[in-house]
Each structure stands twice: as structure tokens, then as C-alpha cells.
Ligand binder design. Structure first.
Ligand SMILES: CC(C)(COP(=O)(O)OP(=O)(O)OC[C@H]1O[C@@H](n2cnc3c(N)ncnc32)[C@H](O)[C@@H]1OP(=O)(O)O)[C@@H](O)C(=O)NCCC(=O)NCCS
Length: 204
């Protein structure tokens, strides 16, 4: 398995990346924004994405986006093809995209929003902390990216203050501490409280 910084030679994988995200969103039913092949191509060509390939076969992907005058970068769109899940690949991709973010944007705060326990765990291990949305970028373009998520109405209803996703932030200026472990029980409880508050009964 090769995990590399993507470039123009990887444009041919844009369709399968987009399809894998769409299919996973359907299966999971919540908390994943769709990405078109055109959108993926832009991320592949600017040196800010990481792709995992098993020979010529697509296995996984994640990209960096820069917000608010380079004060913030987000590691977004993490996807592992179902054939390659549960083998530690997402962890390796996340680490690769995190290291690339630190190298290219050493002063930026790195953040992400997620409904997924797997991502929450990986973020904790990289030194992210859970934060309220007010600690994240206020760049409207970032939040526009949530428009294709099925929970977007919640984000709008709450004036962008909260949603089913949890915000997580890595501040390079914060003091280095031992990485924390996610409290799975607390995370699941919080998610269920948010779902009860925000989702209509038929959506749950
Ligand atoms: C989430 C996803 C990226 C995980 O990929 P993966 O390669 O199977 O993950 P890994 O094998 O590297 O596992 C990383 C950690 O997450 C845990 N994990 C993986 N899938 C999980 C799940 N569905 N629920 C809870 N924990 C999970 C693993 O046990 C591992 O934790 P550990 O280090 O404590 O053992 C993959 O399932 C996926 O692409 N899902 C659809 C897209 C998605 O949800 N993206 C995130 C959007 S916020």
C-alpha cells in the first residue's frame, strides 16, 4: 500500500473517490457531505491531498483545505474504500495528511468536524481537542461545504452554533500533552442527546 501526496496523475481516481463518499453517506445515513468528481479534481491538483493506492487500485483519500487567511486548515473528506477498512488504513492516511498540514502550514490551527467515533479516536491520538463551533473558522465558505450533508438544516436552525458533528481542533501553540483517549461512552451519549434534540423522529 502506498500513501502519497496526490497530483494530476491521480485525476482518474476522482470518480471512484466521489462515488465511495456518496455510497458511504447512504449507508451511514448521517454526517457526510457529498463531493463531486470536479471538486475532488481541484483537491488532487494543488498538492494538498493524500491518496492511498494498492497498486493501481484506489484504497483511501483525505485532503487539506485552507480557511480564513491561512489561520485554519481542515483535514476533510476522509474516506477508505470498504474493501480496505478495519486494517488501520484511515489512521495512516490521517497521520499523513496531518503531517502534510503541519509541514505546509506550520502556524495554522488544524480542525475537523465529525459524527464518526473512528475519526474522533484518530483525532484524539493526534492531539486534537473537542471544541465548540465558535472556536473553528468563521469563513462562510467552509460552512457552505456542509450544504450537501443531510443535517444542514440543523446547522442553519442553530445559527451555525451546533450540529450533530463535533468540532475538533489541534492548536500548534497549545502546550504539548500526552494524547488523550476518547471516552467512547460519553461520545455515544452526546451523539444520542444531539440526535434526540435535533432530528425529527422519522430521520433517526
Ligand atoms: C471511518 C473510516 C475512514 C475508517 O477507516 P478504517 O481504515 O476502517 O479505520 P482504521 O482501521 O484506521 O481504524 C482507526 C480507528 O477507528 C476505529 N474504527 C474504525 N471504524 C470504526 C467504526 N465504524 N466505529 C468505531 N470505531 C471505528 C478502529 O477500531 C481504530 O481504532 P483503534 O486504533 O482504537 O483500534 C471508514 O470506515 C470510512 O471511510 N467510512 C465512511 C466515511 C466516513 O465516515 N468518513 C468520516 C467522515 S467524518
Amino acid at each position: 500500500m502506498e500513501i502519497i501526496v496526490a497530483n494530476e496523475s491521480h485525476f482518474k481516481y476522482a470518480q471512484i473517490i466521489s462515488d465511495t463518499i456518496t455510497d458511504s453517506a447512504k449507508v451511514r445515513g448521517t454526517g457526510i457531505a457529498m463531493r463531486t468528481p470536479e471538486y475532488i479534481i481541484k483537491r488532487l491538483q494543488n498538492g494538498n491531498a493524500v491518496i492511498a493506492l494498492d497498486g493501481d487500485t484506489f484504497a483511501g483519500f483525505c485532503y487539506i483545505e485552507v480557511w480564513g487567511n491561512k489561520d485554519f486548515v481542515a483535514n476533510s473528506g476522509l474516506i477508505v474504500h470498504p474493501d480496505y477498512r478495519n486494517q488501520g488504513l484511515a489512521k495512516k492516511i490521517k497521520k499523513a495528511v496531518f503531517d502534510l498540514s503541519r509541514k505546509k502550514f506550520p502556524d495554522a490551527k488544524i480542525f475537523g468536524i465529525t459524527t464518526g467515533l473512528a475519526v474522533m479516536k484518530m483525532n484524539y491520538e493526534l492531539g486534537y481537542k473537542p471544541v465548540t463551533f465558535s472556536e473553528l473558522t468563521d469563513d462562510p465558505e467552509f460552512w457552505k461545504g456542509c450544504q450537501t450533508c443531510k443535517n444542514f438544516d440543523i446547522l442553519t436552525r442553530t445559527d451555525r452554533k451546533m450540529c450533530l458533528c463535533t468540532g475538533m481542533l489541534h492548536d500548534p501553540k497549545a502546550q504539548k500533552q500526552e494524547p488523550e483517549k476518547v471516552n467512547k461512552k460519553a461520545f455515544k451519549r452526546l451523539k444520542s442527546i444531539k440526535e434526540n434534540l435535533f432530528l425529527k423522529k422519522k430521520d433517526k
